[in-house]
Design a protein around this ligand. Structure first.
Ligand code: FPP
Length: 247
């Protein structure tokens, strides 16, 4: 079924990235262009989130990770933060059923404890309600920063060494990954950033070591299913060498 949907979209089902990560950027500029409040841009951005989750699930992407709120975003005006939190809550409440019906598990990464209590509650409820689903893992990065994640993992590992649970020589790349939020997940093979900025903005710094990066000038609220599938097609045409010579 899924492979049929992928083929219909012009994609090779056996060459899809197992993990797609997205930096959703440009909501503010989308609103500004229309002389609207920035929050309107985020609202339209939430519609694009819905689209990209559906489109990914339909063709058989196993892991989709979206950068929904960075640690730096806490510096935005109080009103915008509060609107984003409300939007997130609304999204989770309205989507729980669709996630469940489509066998999608919700996973959260980031400093969740910094989010408002009510948002934390809805996140926990949705994660709990979808825990057994294994069709696709949708990860929302919230209050997330890549450097903070690496520091957190280093601290946890240092404590494990101190307590004698692991030896210093166990501190290596593979073991380190187990202390990250993304433990057990494959690394993203494709990183998409909308709105034309050539930056990774502290997103999944450890995990994107070998990701193919695709930057599109399209602002996130204008991002379409068609463009998403075209990016996936482009990904399938790229030759990934991981530092080796062409075979
Ligand atoms: C970047 O646009 C986007 C964000 C800071 C947050 C992303 C949030 C959403 C897509 C909406 C809600 C999310 C979910 C999961 C329902 P920007 O404000 O930085 O845009 P700009 O760079 O043009 O100002």
């Amino acid at each position: 079924m899924k492979s049929e949907a992928a083929e219909n979209a012009g994609l090779n089902p056996s060459k899809l990235p197992s993990h797609v990560a997205v930096i959703m950027d440009g909501n503010g500029r989308w609103a500004k262009k229309r002389v609207l409040n920035r929050v309107k841009g985020h609202e339209r951005g939430a519609d694009t989130v819905r689209m990209v989750v559906r489109a990914s699930r339909e063709i058989g992407i196993r892991y989709l990770t979206l950068y929904a709120f960075s640690t730096e975003n806490w510096q935005r005006p109080e009103t915008e933060i509060s609107a984003l939190m409300t939007l997130l809550k609304r999204f989770l409440t309205s989507e729980t059923r669709e996630l469940a019906e489509n066998n999608i598990r919700l996973n959260i990464i980031g400093e969740i404890e910094r989010l408002p209590e009510d948002v934390q509650q809805v996140l926990e409820q949705t994660a709990e309600a979808t825990r057994e689903n294994d069709g696709m893992c949708l990860t929302l990065a919230l209050s997330y920063g890549g450097r903070a994640e690496i520091a957190m993992a280093a601290r946890a590992m240092a404590e494990a060494v101190k307590d004698g649970r692991i030896a210093p020589e166990d501190v290596g790349q593979e073991n380190f990954a187990k202390y990250m939020y993304t433990s057990g997940m494959p690394d993203p093979e494709l990183l998409i950033r909308t709105s034309g900025e050539f930056r990774v903005s502290n997103f999944l710094l450890w995990q994107i070591a070998y990701a193919e990066i695709f930057v599109t000038p399209t602002l996130w609220p204008d991002f379409t299913r068609e463009e998403y599938y075209n990016i996936l097609k482009n990904f399938q045409e790229r030759e990934r060498r991981f530092g080796r010579v062409p075979s």
